[in-house]
Ligand binder design. Structure first.
Ligand code: ZN
Length: 90
């Protein structure tokens, strides 16, 4: 299933204080912004930085949906049988 929604985390560029979290459609994603936002932690308006939340887990979920590689792709059937016999003999 394609991922269409992404969570954008907005942070203070000075202290990394979390300012807001919004879910947007991937197509509408804007990471490059030059807005000033109010940071409670700094007590000042600071440039915000945006990043995609949970990017790593999203990538892993996508990778897990790919078909897995066969465990022994390079052996012929006969070699495979021999390999299995050797393996069970041990
Ligand atoms: Zn701050």
């Amino acid at each position: 299933m394609p991922i269409t929604d992404v969570t954008i985390v907005s942070r203070c560029s000075h202290c990394r204080h979390l300012i807001s979290e919004t879910t947007v459609k991937k197509d509408n994603m804007r990471l490059m912004v030059s807005d000033l936002v109010w940071c409670e932690s700094c007590g000042a308006e600071t440039p915000e930085v945006r990043e995609v939340a949970g990017r790593q887990s999203a990538l892993e979920a996508e990778r897990a949906s790919y078909p897995a590689n066969p465990p022994v792709p390079d052996l012929s059937a006969a070699e495979y049988r021999r390999w299995r016999e050797n393996r069970t003999a041990r």
